[in-house]
Design a protein around this ligand. Sequence first.
Ligand SMILES: [Zn+2]
Ligand SMILES: [Zn+2]
Length: 306
Amino acid sequence: MSDDQGFAAFEEVGIAERDKPPFVRLPAPRTLFGLRAMRFTTLAPGHQLEPYLRFLAALAQAQDKLAQESVEPAIPALDEQRRRAAHAMPPLPREDLADDATTDAAFTRLIALMEPVAMPELARAALARAAAADGDSRHAMFAAVLGDAVPVEAVAEHIFAAAALQVVAALRTARLDAQLPQPVADGVCPCCGGAPVASAVVGTVDLDGVRYVHCSLCAAQWNHVRIKCVSCGSTKGIAYQEIEGVSDTIKAETCDECRTYVKILNQRKDPELEPIADDVASLGLDILVTEAGWRRAGVNPFLLGY
Ligand SMILES: [Zn+2]
Ligand SMILES: [Zn+2]
């Protein structure tokens, strides 16, 4: 074999891989929350939301501890997963989590991990209410988070429920075969059926420039072409809004068809960008874009109070 042929074969493999990025990237729950905690800590100093970002850093740290010490949660049998995927349904439906004893145990443990953490009085009172909640109330909290229907007057305690659910959901999704999930619908996680938090253009060598949407619940990522609405799939009427004078690594992708937007993070320019943390820290962009008439489609349990 000549050098030329060897080179050609190498190139072909490279191009084929670049044309077909994996549809799903599974979450890595043993590192995900620790990295998020670090990102919240980096973003906090001097930020308008500094006390809140510090609180969320502590919460992500507790999530990290919970993820490290948790055993792998049970998931449906492979046959059932396959059957669901073949019918364009998420193999690990998030609704199952509300009745799962693993969720309840994770919630109890997370509350215990947060007890010694310094936090504002309102958060402390919410933690006490979460700790005192009976089985039925807890179930209702989990169901509210999973159904994106958190009551406005009880956002604070639902933050703890959402944090526990994120850990269990990420641990479950991490157990999937990455080849199994199939597209479910626009704006729906192909692993758990959750809503997107944001999308990011990846900067790693193997997937340079490829866009992935991040699940707000299980942290799975699914491939989504660029200049296409994450919510409704439209490729018409897409525009990008940013705050002038502020870093241009986070933009709002607005869609004139469904009048919503989802943020897009440029990890090629800044590999430190973390969808959940940077979404909270870029709240100013939400204010700008919602005032201009677009509705936020990204879901982030830590922005519910804003
Ligand atoms: Zn998901
Ligand atoms: Zn749209």
